[in-house]
Every structure is written in C-alpha cells, then in structure tokens.
Design a protein around this ligand. Sequence first.
Ligand SMILES: Nc1ncnc2c1ncn2[C@@H]1O[C@H](COP(=O)(O)OP(=O)(O)OP(=O)(O)O)[C@@H](O)[C@H]1O
Length: 271
Amino acid sequence: MASSATGLRMLKPPLPAAPASRFNSRSKFPKTRFLRVACDYSCLEVRDVSYQPPGTQLSLLKSINFSLREKSFGLIFGQSGSGKTTLLQLLAGITKPTSGSIYIQKYDSDGKPNQSSLPLVPERVGIVFQFPERYFVADNVLDEVTFGWPRQKGDYQLKEDLALRLQRAINWVGLSGISLDKDPHSLSGGYKRRLALAIQLVHIPDLLILDEPLAGLDWKARADVVKLLKHLKKELSVLVVSHDLRELASLVDRSWRMEIGGNLKEESLPL
Ligand SMILES: Nc1ncnc2c1ncn2[C@@H]1O[C@H](COP(=O)(O)OP(=O)(O)OP(=O)(O)O)[C@@H](O)[C@H]1O
C-alpha cells in the first residue's frame, strides 16, 4: 500500500492507526542522531506498556515489561491472535501505547544507568513485517531501497551520506552481487528478504524488528535468512516474532511468550 501524496509506504496493512513510514521523517536523520556518549552498553526497555485500540474497551496488551540488551537477539512467540504484532507496532511507533513507556537506557559496566533514558523514536527503529516483498513498489532494486529519499537538487552532503549508507546496507545483507537495475520481484525469496532488510538497515536502526522473517520461504532461503540474522545481531539489537522456534533457537539470547489476553512472560523456548 503506498501513499504517493506523502511518499510514505506501509509494509503491512496495519491496525487502524497513524500510517507507518518506511522513510518516516528520515530525510532529517542527520539531525536526529543521538549524541554518542561513552558507556558500556544500552538496553531497549519496555515498561508497563498497555494498549487499547482507540475508541474500544478491548485490552490487547496488559502491562508489558521487558528489556533487550544491544547486540542481542530477542524472540517473542505465542499463539496467533495473542498480540505479538500489536506489540511490534507499538515498538515501531506505528501505534502509541495507551500507557507505559518505551526507551533506550545506557548502563555502566557495573549495571548502573549512566545517563537519563531516551525515548525510542520511530526514526531509530527498522521494522520488516511479514511478507515484505508483497509491498515492493519499485521496478528496480535501487529505487526500492531509496524509495522516499529526498529527490531535490543540492544538499550534496546528505546525498553522499545516503549513498554511503546504501552501499553499506547492500554489502551488509550480501546483495552486492545483484545489479541495482534488477526488478525486485524477479529476485529469489531469500534475496527479497535481504532487500527488505537492506531498506531498513540504511538507517542504522537502534532496534531491528522482524515479524515472521522465515514465513513463506523454502528451506534454503530460510537457512540463508537465519545466517544473515546471526551476522546482524553482532551489530544491532534484533527483536523477532516467530513461530519458527527450532530454526531460530541458536540465535536467541532472550525469549518471551505472549499469552492470549496480551500478557508477556519471559520463558525459554518450548523445544
Ligand atoms: N484495532 C483493533 N481493534 C480490535 N481488535 C484488534 C485490533 N487490532 C488487533 N486486534 C485483535 O487483537 C488480537 C491480536 O492481534 P495480533 O495481530 O497482534 O496477534 P498476533 O499474536 O500477532 O497473531 P499472529 O501470530 O496470527 O500474527 C487479534 O485478536 C486481533 O484481531
């Protein structure tokens, strides 16, 4: 689904809410970088997050609490309809929690918070929904990755920065052997997922979120994506919702079960 008026694009039909943006206000990203201060590690912290869709009495998520350390891999599993995707949409800023907070906290090596927490802003989150290739809009790889980027003349510094980020993202996901002129729809299943990841990685997110990253892929492409995620978790915090527990188990640092009714509990994988 695309909105040509805004240049924004949905990766999945969302819950009724503000539109998600692939680019968000990312044309501004040089101004929205966080100040990097010496610290030992940072964590995504989700505190007492609850969600009721506006105008309803439905309580989809109930006081969710969890944290995920940087450069680690978290997996949320649970029955269909329990609220996993709803939670991911809150983390990505597509919908707003009814209450609670989502932020990044930096810590010293002794585990003490070393500065005040920063809200997790949508510009710092990359999200790849289920079957992202269904929402490709361009007829070549370059336009697909740069969809929504500023097109006006001038600002060469920004363009150079974007070009460098593009190159890095393409290399990161192992797409450098693919021509940027190629039609994204003609790529194999695994390469389409790589492309969907590259689109998000251009912005070097603090948190990379994936909803069912292995769904609909053949065994070879699944193994490929698992390998790529293993590589990415060395650089980023990765949070995944999946039913494919066995294939992802070797990557998992922390896991949680979402129970019907929207309660999240830390639990090891039921393998
Ligand atoms: N805006 C809304 N209004 C009412 N109900 C909603 C709304 N959004 C989601 N729901 C309901 O909330 C529940 C949780 O949906 P969600 O998509 O988050 O589940 P899920 O755990 O991701 O499921 P699956 O594993 O099948 O993807 C579902 O029963 C869904 O129908």
